[in-house]
Write a protein of this length. Structure first.
Length: 228
């Protein structure tokens, strides 16, 4: 009974928080919704969460081995570290919404530069444990900043040009975040197997550099389409 009341309360809160004017146009089927993927902005846009979390999860998947085996902190340090890292990622989620209220995708250019520098630096600071922790905390604070700007972008494109695909557009960030997690984890496994822990940051940084290049191209395409 208590679980049922909790679910009802959660559903009610979702109803209050969702925009009342978010509607999906009439659709004739799945193929009609998939028209969204004919848009080059969307095709570039779905690469961004894959590359972003791909780069992050190259490192995040091996966070504990990095802290203990790479930076040589004791096992007892792992729990408080993970707690503080969780707070950093919580900040990332919260601040993501603020970015979305402004020119979120333009702001993400600077975020990706910071994230790339942080990841690449991690590969060179294993001999400086506390500096390595700073890199990891910076990673935690940037890992989810893309979410809200990307979600608003997908919905804006769908609302303007593909109203029949609004529901599909709203699910893209979840779908491709998970793809990024899988890709990053697999890449991290390959890097550790063939090169070792200290190469993880460099591997993740390559993902982020490619994400930055993709974002720059997307923002350029957006500007071109706005002026046409």
């Amino acid at each position: 009974m208590a679980d049922s009341r909790n679910l009802s309360s959660i559903a009610f809160m979702f109803m209050l928080s969702l925009p009342s004017d978010l509607t999906q146009g009439a659709t004739t089927g799945l193929l009609d919704q998939l028209q969204l993927f004919k848009d080059k902005r969307i095709l570039l846009g779905i690469l961004l969460p894959v590359l972003n979390l791909g780069g992050v999860y190259v490192v995040y998947t091996y966070l504990r081995p990095i802290v203990t085996g790479g930076l040589h902190f004791p096992n007892a340090f792992v729990t408080p570290f993970l707690f503080i890292f969780g707070l950093a990622s919580l900040f990332s989620n919260q601040f993501s919404g603020r970015l979305a209220n402004g020119n979120g995708l333009k702001s993400m250019e600077r975020v990706f530069i910071i994230q790339a520098i942080t990841l690449i630096a991690l590969s060179f600071v294993f001999a400086m444990p506390w500096l390595g922790l700073v890199c990891l905390f910076c990673l935690g604070m940037t890992m989810y900043l893309l979410n809200s700007p990307m979600q608003m972008f997908y919905l804006a494109v769908a609302e303007q040009d593909y109203p029949q695909s609004m529901v599909l557009a709203s699910s893209l960030i979840s779908i491709f975040n998970n793809v990024g997690i899988a890709v990053g984890s697999a890449a991290g496994g390959g890097i550790v197997t063939h090169f070792g822990l200290n190469w993880l940051g460099l591997g993740g940084g390559i993902f982020t550099v490619v994400a930055l290049m993709t974002l720059l191209l997307l923002n350029r395409v957006r500007r071109q389409m706005e002026t046409e």
